[in-house]
Design a protein around this ligand. Structure first.
Ligand code: ASP
Length: 344
């Protein structure tokens, strides 16, 4: 049996529920260390089962945690069915898909990122090359595409027909004061502005830590807008003495709280990953004047150097609590995070 098949274990009955976070009163969180190596993604069962076994196989093939998290993050980047990352990602206001991604390596404390990059599917792989093959840390826009081309990445159209249709629907329903018109027949309204990003964090068997965040960013964003995902300390942070954290959701709020850095610093000061995620969520809410003023979502995930996990968000969703999935020698497991308020 291949490692991949062996680790495609069903997780339903085995899931653990992390403490429920009520209103603004945080509960203290029990912490359990899972065995190393461990690779975590900021999504539940569906994507966990798609990408974690691929990352796990790579981990065993090369022994390199960066290789493992990179191939894991490449899975949604290459999948046209994921509308928030890489190929098939939802576009900006002009219908152009632009990608943001970052990577950070604990042992060297090195990092790399790309922002507002067009035409290249594997944004996190380009971020890794910025880290490993340049003396810079961030390359944006056309420069990022040029850099990727120099490294042999093919230039491709990232806009799938599905994402184009979602964009067109949004565009046509935006305003009564422009010349875009929705078709006369049928229900053509958009329920919610779709969002998404993925964080992939890992610790190898020696306790070395690494992380990736990759996204197509906020749907319908202004041309040139960059979110938290490619900003080290905001959408991603790794410290080899402590662990890693990543963020998804409204990037502007994560940038102004240095959300991932803050989570790692909270862990350095003794919080469990779960407590740290909840504290960052609370900080975002407090900065906005309390939960009643908040109509957006942010989700923070964290992994400690010793294999403890955490996940908290502002909003729960109709589909259920925020989730993470992770893989260890015992297989893929899904855990529920905590949240402050029901999605309204
Ligand atoms: N954090 C991403 C951004 O602001 C979007 C998201 O995760 O929904 O670009």
């Amino acid at each position: 049996m291949t490692q991949r098949r062996k680790f495609l274990k069903q997780v339903a009955g085995a899931s653990v529920t992390l403490p429920f976070l009520r209103a603004t009163k945080l509960t203290s969180s029990k912490s359990k260390s899972y065995p190393l190596p461990i690779i975590l993604c900021s999504r539940g069962e569906n994507w966990g089962n798609k990408l974690l076994p691929v990352a796990w196989d790579k981990m065993h093939e090369t022994g390199n945690i960066l290789d493992a998290i990179e191939v894991g993050a490449n899975v949604p980047e290459l999948d046209p069915d994921d509308a928030s990352v890489g190929y098939g990602g939802l576009p900006n206001e002009h219908g152009i898909v632009t990608l943001d991604a970052s990577i950070m390596h604990g042992p060297t404390h090195n990092c790399g990122s790309v922002a507002s990059m067009e035409k290249i599917k594997k944004a996190c792989s380009v971020a890794r090359l910025v880290m490993e093959r340049t003396d810079h840390m961030m390359i944006v826009g056309e420069g990022a595409t040029d850099f990727a081309r120099a490294h042999g990445f093919p230039e491709e159209n990232l806009l799938t027909d599905r994402s184009r249709r979602v964009w067109l629907k949004w565009k046509e329903n935006m305003s009564d004061h422009d010349d875009w018109l929705p078709p006369a027949d049928g229900d053509y309204g958009l329920e919610k502005r779709p969002r998404g990003t993925i964080n992939v964090l890992g610790v190898d068997s020696k306790g070395d830590v690494a992380g990736i965040t990759t996204t197509s960013g906020l749907f319908g964003k202004l041309s040139g807008r960059v979110g938290d995902s490619p900003i080290i300390g905001a959408g991603l942070y790794v410290d080899n003495a402590v662990g890693a954290a990543g963020a998804t959701g409204r990037g502007e709020e994560v940038i102004r709280t240095c959300g991932s850095f803050l989570a790692v610093e909270y862990m350095r000061n003794g919080m469990t990953p779960q407590e740290a995620c909840e504290a960052v969520v609370k900080r975002i809410v407090d900065i906005n004047g309390g939960i009643d003023n908040v109509d957006f979502n942010d989700k923070i995930v964290a992994l400690s150097k010793s294999g403890e996990v955490g996940c908290a968000s502002i909003m729960g969703s109709k589909e259920g609590p925020p989730q993470i999935a992770f893989v260890t020698k015992d297989g893929v497991e899904v855990v529920n995070g905590t949240w402050l308020k029901e999605w309204s």
